[in-house]
Structures are given as C-alpha cells and as structure tokens.
Design a protein around this ligand. Structure first.
Ligand code: NAP
Length: 171
C-alpha cells in the first residue's frame, strides 16, 4: 500500500506558528489538499488535526475512509466513514488494506507523520512551501532519531509565491 504525506510548511520548516492560526496557508494549498484527499479516498490524521477540521472542513465526509489516531477509546463520530483508532501505523495500514484501499494520504500533524516515518511506512511526501518565516512553531517531525534521503519526483508552482515539492522517501 502506498502511503503519502501532504503537508504545508513555512519557508523555515514549521507546520504551525506559535499562534496556532492557519492564516499563512494559501488558497491554492487548500485546493490541492482537498483534491489529493478525494483522489486517494483514504485520509489519516491525528486527533488534534481532526479537532481543527471537524466537522465542516474534513476533506472526506461521504466517501472513502478517514482514520483518526487517538488514545481516547470513547472517541466516536456520527459519520460512518470516520474511524477513530488506537492502532499503530502498521495496524492502520493493514486495516486500510482490508477495506480495499491501495493508497492513503497523511495530512498531519507532526505526531501522526512521525508515527508513520518511525515505522518506515511513508513512501513519499508533498511539501508545500508557503512564503512565510516563523520565529517559532511546530516542527514537522517529533522523536525521529534517524535521517532519511529523499528523491525529487516533481516540483510545481501553486501560485506566485508557493511551491509544492514532491519527494520519494528512500527506505
Ligand atoms: N501545515 C499543515 O499542513 C498542517 C496540517 C495539519 C495539522 N497542522 C498543525 O499541526 C498541529 C497538530 O499537530 P500535532 O502533532 O500536535 O497533532 P496530531 O498529529 O494532529 O494529533 C496528535 C494526537 O493524535 C493522537 N495520536 C497521534 N499519534 C498517535 C499514536 N501513535 N497513537 C495514538 N494516538 C496518537 C493523540 O490524540 P489523543 O490526545 O486524543 O490521544 C495525539 O494527541 C496543529 O497546530 C495543526 O495546525 C498543520
């Protein structure tokens, strides 16, 4: 199964500013974000990201599978396409494979991306570089103790100032 990461970063590598307000994200990032989620039909995110997006901005609501990582065993959604799970990355990939998915996209945040990177289950990453610098914020990876090489697959200009870099993660 192919697992991709789709994430916007500041020009100095943060995925969130310390105000935790996503006003630095371009509309073009938003369009590409919804489009890749609809194409993949399986989306993986952490509970913090889910709490930001739900219910009005979830990328998939009537089709596919939305997997939300949480330690909260009581977490529930009225939407039957949303699955809350305490499973690790390997078990989530197995669950999605059993449901017939051949690809899935992780949309954040840092904890969730790091869970899949540490399990060496992420195949490629889209980095959307927004034209902004933050003095502080949330880094892309947490508790990842090894280095990975990347191979450039594609480079796309999303607007006058935003670029999307698509890398394969070499395992
Ligand atoms: N720039 C972008 O494109 C982008 C995209 C998405 C999010 N963000 C930003 O990222 C930030 C959120 O990132 P984050 O790293 O704090 O949170 P996150 O990965 O969205 O969610 C973290 C939560 O997910 C659950 N979780 C994560 N890994 C788990 C695991 N291995 N097992 C069980 N549960 C697990 C836990 O939920 P429980 O506490 O419920 O157990 C944990 O508190 C926000 O500021 C958001 O704005 C940026």
């Amino acid at each position: 199964m192919k697992i991709s990461i789709y994430i916007a970063i500041s020009s100095n590598g943060f995925i969130s500013n310390s105000r935790n307000v996503p006003d630095w994200l371009s509309p073009e990032y938003g369009q590409e974000f919804y489009s890749i989620c609809k194409e993949y039909k399986a989306v993986i995110m952490g509970k913090t990201t889910y709490n930001i997006l739900a219910p009005n901005y979830l990328p998939l609501t009537t089709e596919g599978t939305t997997v939300v990582l949480t330690t909260d065993r009581q977490a529930k959604s009225e939407n039957s396409t949303v699955v809350f799970t305490q499973n690790n990355a390997t078990e989530i990939v197995q669950m999605l494979t059993d449901k017939g998915h051949e690809e899935a996209v992780i949309i954040g945040g840092a904890m969730t991306i790091s869970e899949f990177i540490n399990a060496k289950l992420a195949d490629d990453i889209y980095l959307i570089i927004e034209p902004t610098l933050f003095g502080s914020g949330l880094e892309l990876l947490k508790n990842v103790e090894f280095e990975m090489k990347l191979k450039l697959l594609d480079l796309k200009k999303l607007n006058e100032n935003t670029i999307q870099i698509h890398y394969e993660i070499i395992k």
